[in-house]
Design a protein around this ligand. Structure first.
Ligand code: NDP
Length: 405
């Protein structure tokens, strides 16, 4: 059916490639292109026998900060879609290349300028008209959160509510990799996200908090009680627009005391700073050095045991009566590793990226412009989650996060 150019060769890319190869009727050909060719070749070697090796896999070296280089690769490879699973810093250069060549675009994380640690959709929403005029689709945030959590909200809106008032997005990871300190995905992106001020959406405006200021404890299905902290997260921005009438949206993530103690120390000594310092005649951002010292997230796969549970608690009105709905996915780190050689954080991001690309290639999710995932019909995506490794569960009587709602 189609040909995909996959940019990036990290933990998430590894899952996307495995999942594309498991679906060779849709992904007949793929090219893995990233900064380090050896990583692309290693992923290629690991999928040689997936589904009988029916998907034709190529690799290419690519600097995705360089739009001209991406354009050249797109022109020579001629993909039907570009799946961006490099870093958020490359979103705009890749979108520019897609515009120049008339090819559909998909990513899993929104653009963040390297010098400003703040996720905002304004940079990518500015491409809406240009994509519309070019007749191509740009699908933003087709990972888990953003991604599946946004689709969960669209599904709830479509099937269970007349009005949604409150959304709590809960991201719990009870995985244990045995290291004192490591991040489950790119350390720089992860640490920038956690050390930034928190925020939530209430009555049409952002309410800002100190980093990790608001903490609660929640008893997660299959995971038990975990500490959760309120964070700013990118899907709040688009859901506030796309879920009409919503009054409050919050995002919560679990962190262990051990993780936060290490983070506090690293922060206090300046190791998480993005401001470059002079070191032996060289400019270096401490966080880049820290990334080099920490375990590569891709290496956590074989060591991580336990499960993740990510979902949404949604409250609102149906037929004049209050209704509460909890929809979530539970994913097992070890099972993910067994299947694709990556842990659950990469798995829960890579599977939705493949599903988004599949729906676009099949023409099911396709219209000119730039869209967040919740702007499309959630049903085919929800069905595909059950089929491709991320089954979801639902409950109409969950424990609520707090009484004040
Ligand atoms: P990794 O750091 O493991 O991989 C990133 C890859 O991008 C690496 O292969 C890296 O190359 C490559 N890359 C970086 N810069 C360039 C460049 N200029 N040109 C070409 N390639 C480049 O990250 P992950 O796989 O963990 O994450 C991938 C994306 O997924 C990130 O954007 C992350 O924010 C997002 N994500 C989204 C989630 C969601 O639920 N929505 C959850 C988790 C992640 P090299 O190997 O040479 O460094």
């Amino acid at each position: 059916m189609g040909k995909a150019l996959i940019i990036g060769a990290g933990g998430v890319a590894n899952v996307v490639v495995h999942k594309c190869c498991q679906n060779p009727d849709v992904f007949e050909e793929i090219c893995i292109a990233s900064r380090t060719l050896a990583k692309c070749d290693a992923i290629k070697a690991s999928v040689a026998n997936v589904a009988g090796g029916r998907t034709k896999v190529e690799t290419a070296q690519l600097d995705a900060d360089n739009t001209d280089m991406i354009i050249d690769l797109i022109k020579s490879y001629k993909p039907d879609i570009v799946i961006n699973v490099a870093l958020p810093y490359q979103d705009l250069t890749i979108m520019d290349a897609c515009l120049a060549t008339g090819v559909d675009y998909l990513d899993t994380a929104n653009y963040e300028p390297p010098e400003i640690p703040k996720f905002e959709y304004k940079w990518q929403w500015a491409y809406r008209e240009k994509f519309e005029k070019a007749g191509i689709t740009g699908l933003l945030g087709s990972g888990f959160d953003p991604g599946v959590t946004s689709i969960f909200c669209a599904y709830a809106q479509k099937h269970y509510f007349d009005e949604i008032h409150y959304i709590d997005i809960l991201d719990a990871n009870a995985g244990d990799h045995g290291y004192h300190f490591a991040t489950n995905f790119n350390p720089e992106i992860n640490i920038r996200e956690i050390t930034a001020p928190g925020s939530y959406w209430e009555n049409g405006a952002w309410v800002e908090t100190e980093p990790l200021e608001i903490k609660k404890v929640y008893n997660f299905p299959e995971l038990g009680e975990k500490d959760i902290y309120l964070l700013h997260h990118e899907e709040i921005e688009s859901l506030a627009i796309n879920i009409k009438g919503v009054k409050k949206i919050r995002f919560w993530m679990t962190f262990s005391e051990k993780y936060l103690t290490h983070l506090r120390v690293l922060e206090n000594v300046g190791m998480t700073s993005i401001e470059p310092i002079d070191f032996e005649g060289q400019k270096i951002a401490p966080i880049h050095f820290l990334k080099a010292v920490l375990p590569d997230p891709a290496s956590l796969g074989p060591r991580t045991k336990g499960k993740t549970n990510i979902g949404c608690i949604i409250q609102g009105i149906k037929d004049g009566k209050p209704r509460t709905y909890y929809v979530y996915n539970i994913c097992d780190h070890e099972k993910c590793y067994e299947e694709v050689g990556s842990q659950a954080i990469s798995y829960t991001t890579g599977v939705p990226a493949m599903i988004g690309a599949m729906l676009m290639l099949k023409g099911i999710w396709k219209k000119p412009g730039v869209f967040n995932v919740e702007e499309f019909d959630p049903d085919p995506f929800m069905e595909a989650l059950n089929k491709h490794g991320l089954p979801w569960q639902e409950s109409f009587s969950p424990t609520l996060l707090d009484e004040e709602l």
